[in-house]
Design a binder for this molecule. Structure first.
Ligand code: KMT
Ligand code: NI
Length: 206
């Protein structure tokens, strides 16, 4: 099994200030900053591997991209172990993504999916925000080489940062379904499952 990255290699994460986020591409740290630990990210169901994105070439855009074409042995190992059968590669940048501003706004709507969200960052950077157990926003700064998975049913959103560019591979098990279910969707079975698996107090047998 390909081991996840040691804690020291995980992306930086911090709590965002409470309330509306008026500047989605900014760092949005608290004053003083409150770092979020890797342990806390793992407890939310997040997984993380570090790959070398600079050692291999990837197209700027490939929809789809055949995961069998992976040359990086770490990527092909993850693909095989985790059953990633679909991939595509996109570049979110004003020059390459039609209707950039609309899409960047849409990615930032709080939502869940009925499957794991798997993102491999090939270049550029951005923020994945996830809700922690107290329903606060945790901002995770992803960069080239980061392969991160968000579990099915976790409330999250994405934005580019102030550099306005991210080059990313989106992976999927089976036929891709990117449908977001916007919050609130507490009755959605993926949400129910996430709450049961990650948010409820674990009952210890007497
Ligand atoms: C998402 O999940 O919001 C996206 O796919 C955005 C681009 S990938 C970093
Ligand atoms: Ni999503």
């Amino acid at each position: 099994m390909l081991e996840q990255a040691p804690d020291t290699e995980w992306p930086e994460a911090w709590l965002m200030p409470d309330g509306e986020c008026s500047d989605q591409k900014g760092l949005n740290q608290r004053e003083p900053n409150v770092a979020v630990t890797v342990e806390e990210l793992k407890d939310l169901g997040i997984c993380y591997w570090k790959l070398d994105a600079t050692a291999y070439e990837y197209p700027a855009l490939a929809v789809p991209w055949n995961p069998s074409d992976a040359v990086d042995p770490k990527l092909s190992q993850l693909r095989d172990e985790r059953g990633y059968s679909y991939a595509d590669i996109i570049t979110v940048h004003p020059d390459t993504l039609p209707e950039y501003d609309t899409k960047v706004k849409a990615f930032f709507e709080e939502h869940i999916h009925d499957a794991e969200e798997i993102r491999y960052i090939l270049g550029g950077s951005g923020f994945f925000d996830v809700r922690n157990k107290s329903d606060q926003w945790v901002r995770i700064h992803v960069k080239a080489g980061d392969l991160m998975t968000l579990p099915e049913g976790i409330y999250h959103r994405f934005t580019v940062d102030e550099n306005d560019r991210i080059h990313a591979m989106r992976l999927f098990i089976g036929q891709p379904v990117w449908t977001p279910f916007n919050r609130p969707c507490e009755e959605h079975e993926s949400r129910v499952k996430y709450i049961r698996e990650y948010l409820e107090e674990k009952k210890v047998d007497a």
